[in-house]
Design a protein around this ligand. Sequence first.
Ligand code: C5P
Length: 240
Amino acid sequence: MDDKDIYSGAAVVIPAAGSSVRMEAGRNKQFLKVSGVPILARTISIFKEMPEIDRIIVVLNPDEFDVFRDEIAVPYGLTDIEVVAGGADRQSSVYEGLRALDDMPDDAVLLVHDGARPLVTPAVILDNIHGACEFGAAVTAVPASNTIKITNSKGFSVQTPERDTLYEAQTPQGFRIGVFRRAAEQAQKTGFTGTDDVSLVERMGLPVRITKGSRRNLKITVPEDMIIAEALFAQPDPKC
Ligand code: C5P
């Protein structure tokens, strides 16, 4: 069966409207180059090459629309990408992206993928699309490699959850778009802010499938991540 037989269209919302304070570069980290190409151009291009993806919405700070056009869209042939203005936090930015997709039917697939994750692969994305189609919502994740501590407000460790129940969430996070619409509306109504996209669905008691992530699917956040990303781009994924 062709992938497209199981859903009517797929879109990806790429939030890239953050201020990148932790990168300490004085500008949006997603415009920085890794191995000669801006991070955001790399991220968008991966989705653009995939026949499964029909629409790409990039969410930006409106002050950066011109920089996006001059440094990313024009030089890298991405002028057909839809751009919308983001909000004060990541969840608001994703919501703005969702509103641009009002015309998509409820059974279409929505992926949300951080602009700052340029090392995602088509295999990881496809696995997430399949999880979203089958279960309504799916999060790309990897098993936690560190022991995680629950602490109290006074700085003491009070509990150690069993590591084999813990996963580190990545993106893409995928949905039947109707499921995400309901979850986003509910979050708006109740003033809930989650730290990722699927947490809005978990809150409604609906299933969220774990799909296979990769340790290479790094979110570039701090200056050290630029060094790691350069090294990863120099050493292509043997599984791709
Ligand atoms: O800050 P962090 O890297 O965790 O943010 C994840 C993604 O969400 C980034 O790609 C960032 O640009 C985006 N974001 C956004 N709007 C905000 C805050 C973050 O699109 N207001």
